[in-house]
Design a protein around this ligand. Structure first.
Ligand SMILES: C[S@@+](CC[C@H](N)C(=O)[O-])C[C@H]1O[C@@H](n2cnc3c(N)ncnc32)[C@H](O)[C@@H]1O
Length: 327
């Protein structure tokens, strides 16, 4: 499952080339997570403004009996597969519950960050000695086919932490359709959605007072400098976040503070930046219940049950393959 460094570097270089050659310029948020990016994301999760982690954690702790029941109803053997597992804080609640309940289950976290993957694996080995864990370091888009099986156990695919928010609607539908293609009738997918709320609360989650999210975005320029031999002067860029309530989407940008030229050795070329030109870094889509229902239907799924927190800030939604869309 481990991708070779050469393949990763080539894919990274190709994506940076495509992104910085497009109008507007863009970089893919999946490259945020080098070792430093992973460390900075751990800090973001502890920020007072970044409500997403604490709200989803609370939702898991308060509703774990119902969540566990929904996962196991009609099946007593479960393979939990987590896409973009990160530090697994919320999943730990579920694992502890399953171990207490003596459920027959395995856990396969997948993460593009080697740092995150190794740290999660070490933490869970120590915390849960009896856990059957099979960690994979890699891009979840590339391992979907390996999820296909007919071993008779129910797959429950976890996609937590509002990971789906980083996809456009088209990318989300395409991704869920691909997932559906490797799922059996009895499998489930469990997705964390951040709900539409006061725009001021949302925008501050992506523009914290301590500047950690800014450092997280700027770190990608440092990664390009280090891995692709570029000469970005990081101080010449600043982080900017906005929320558009009509589209329910937060967007992050790095803004070129001056007219400048950046050379990238691995791409053997220069890139010109105008003063105040943006690089589009990330979308963080927020949802209404109607948007979630529409997304499930368009992707070939039915919603089995949705768990919301008391303030309607966040929800985790359990989907089943729709019988009307059988392959
Ligand atoms: C927003 S964090 C969420 C982490 C965790 N799911 C949570 O709820 O706290 C996104 C995680 O997904 C991983 N990730 C992002 N893109 C990925 C990809 N294409 N393949 C695998 N992992 C990815 C990152 O390394 C990071 O750990």
């Amino acid at each position: 499952m481990q991708a070779s460094c050469t393949t990763e570097l080539t894919a990274f270089a190709e994506d940076v080339l495509r992104g910085l050659s497009s109008t507007p310029k863009r970089l893919s948020s999946k490259y945020f997570y080098d070792d430093e990016g992973t460390r900075l994301f751990q800090e973001i999760m502890k920020l007072p403004e970044y409500y997403l982690t604490s709200v989803e954690y609370k939702l898991f702790t308060e509703q774990i009996d119902e969540i566990g029941r929904a996962f196991t109803e009609g099946s007593d053997k479960i393979d939990l597969i987590e896409l973009g597992a990160g530090d697994g804080t919320k999943t730990a609640v579920l694992i502890e519950h399953f171990l207490d309940q003596k459920i027959d289950f395995t856990y396969s976290p997948i993460d593009i960050s080697k740092e995150a993957c190794d740290a999660l694996s070490a933490k869970f080995h120590e915390k849960f000695p009896g856990l059957k864990i099979n960690p994979h370091h890699g891009d979840y888009f590339k391992i979907l086919d390996s999820l296909k099986n007919g071993n008779g156990r129910r797959k429950v695919i976890l996609f937590l932490g509002s990971n789906i928010g980083n996809f456009s609607r088209e990318q989300a539908v395409d991704f869920f359709r691909q997932l559906r293609g490797v799922m059996n009738e009895n499998d489930h997918i469990f997705i964390g959605f951040d709900m539409q709320k006061d725009p001021r609360v949302i925008v501050s989650a992506y523009d914290d007072a301590a500047g950690v999210t800014a450092a997280f975005n700027l770190n990608l320029l440092r990664r390009i400098n280090r891995e692709l031999g570029a000469d970005f002067v990081v101080e010449n860029f600043s982080h900017y976040a906005q929320y558009r309530p009509v589209e329910c989407a937060a967007r992050s940008f790095l803004i070129s503070r001056e007219k400048q030229t950046v050379h990238i050795d691995a791409l053997t070329r220069d890139f010109e930046f105008d003063q105040w030109e943006p690089i589009f870094m990330e979308i963080s889509q927020k949802y209404t219940s109607a948007m979630i229902e529409e997304l499930a239907a368009a992707s070939g799924f039915e919603i089995a049950v949705t768990f919301l927190d008391k303030e309607n800030f966040y929800c985790d939604s359990l989907w089943l393959p729709s019988q009307n869309h059988l392959r």
